[in-house]
Design a protein around this ligand. Structure first.
Ligand code: SF4
Length: 75
């Protein structure tokens, strides 16, 4: 494995490694979005759920949405 990718894996919480590795296999765009959002929010799932950056192009696709923040007030 590329050593930069391995370093990234080593530096993230164990709970996020599976989704990152799935994304890096290049076969799941959903895993790619999930891993990106997790990394964006410091690998904190609760923070992804609270994301209100409606200008982010990944906002409509972000994971862990709840019914009350499904649109985040964007539309
Ligand atoms: S949607 Fe939110 S959590 Fe996901 S990448 Fe954009 S700003 Fe980060």
């Amino acid at each position: 494995m590329n050593e930069r990718i391995q370093k990234r894996i080593d530096d993230m919480p164990e709970s996020c490694r599976g989704i990152y590795q799935k994304a890096m296999k290049g076969k799941s765009k959903a895993a790619g979005v999930k891993a990106f959002c997790l990394e964006c929010m410091g690998w904190n799932r609760a923070e992804v759920k609270r994301c209100d950056t409606v200008t982010c192009p990944l906002f409509p696709y972000r994971p862990f949405r709840s019914p009350e923040n499904i649109n985040g007030g964007a539309f």
